[in-house]
Design a protein around this ligand. Structure first.
Ligand code: ADP
Ligand code: MG
Length: 214
């Protein structure tokens, strides 16, 4: 048992998870655990079931059988694989939508500045590049906060410079909180994670579990 900000948190565990979509068996007895602080990385080929696993952890999909424990009392901030920005809202309004209080617009604008988009606050998603939209989605996930961060391919469409800056921002603003991150990039996994699960599938299986000692 660990303590985060005075709150009791359990180790996050997936036990014997089974999940199918029709005849497609995505999980067939998957078990793995995540540290209650630090970053765990899911590294595996496209289509092996990583996003399905995150969706089940977030409670957006249900397992056919098995158990996910340690997440029940956690507020989850989920950066989806897709940006999922509201097209009728500006960049700032997209972030303000997850905030509370009268000062939510200036706080949203501050988050935009932190991801290097201070000048884009009044622009709509269709007026932004793919990388800029990704940064708005990241800013929204960080602004929401929460106890557990699910980050599905967070750095897609970002150039090397933005990637480094955003990685530093994520580390700084989520310090001490558990993060589960999906990536296809081995270097990214090595740099950012405490634990790396090398996966294959489907059904999803663990080829290797590496403890990062850097
Ligand atoms: P990854 O994130 O590793 O690329 P996904 O979890 O998105 O993989 O998908 C794993 C498998 O499950 C794929 O074969 C995909 O087509 C299938 N799948 C995912 N979501 C659905 C869904 N909502 N309905 C039907 N099949 C799905
Ligand atoms: Mg995916």
């Amino acid at each position: 048992m660990d303590f985060i900000l005075g709150r009791k948190t359990m180790e996050i565990k997936v036990q014997n998870a089974v999940k199918s979509y029709g005849s497609i068996k995505v999980m067939d007895g998957l078990s793995l655990s995540f540290p209650s602080d630090g970053t765990a990385c899911l590294f595996g080929p496209s289509g092996c079931g990583k996003s399905t696993l995150l969706n089940c952890m977030a409670g957006l999909e249900t397992l056919d059988s098995g158990l996910i424990s340690g997440v029940k009392n956690l507020q989850i901030s989920y950066l989806f694989q897709e940006d999922r920005l509201l097209p009728w809202n500006t960049a700032a309004q997209n972030i303000a939508a997850v905030l509370q209080g009268k000062d939510r617009m200036p706080r949203a604008e501050e988050w935009l500045r932190r991801v290097g988009l201070g000048g884009a606050r009044q622009q709509y998603p269709c007026q932004l590049s793919g990388g800029m939209r990704r940064r708005v989605a990241i800013a929204r996930a960080l602004a929401f906060g929460g106890d557990l961060f699910l980050l599905d391919e967070p750095f897609q469409r970002l150039d090397a410079h933005s990637k480094n800056e955003i990685a530093d921002l994520i580390e700084k603003t989520t310090a001490g909180k558990p993060k589960i991150m999906v990536t296809h990039d081995r270097e990214e996994a090595n740099r950012l994670s405490d634990i790396i699960y090398i996966l294959d599938g489907i059904p999803i299986k663990i080829l290797d579990k590496m403890q990062n000692i850097d």
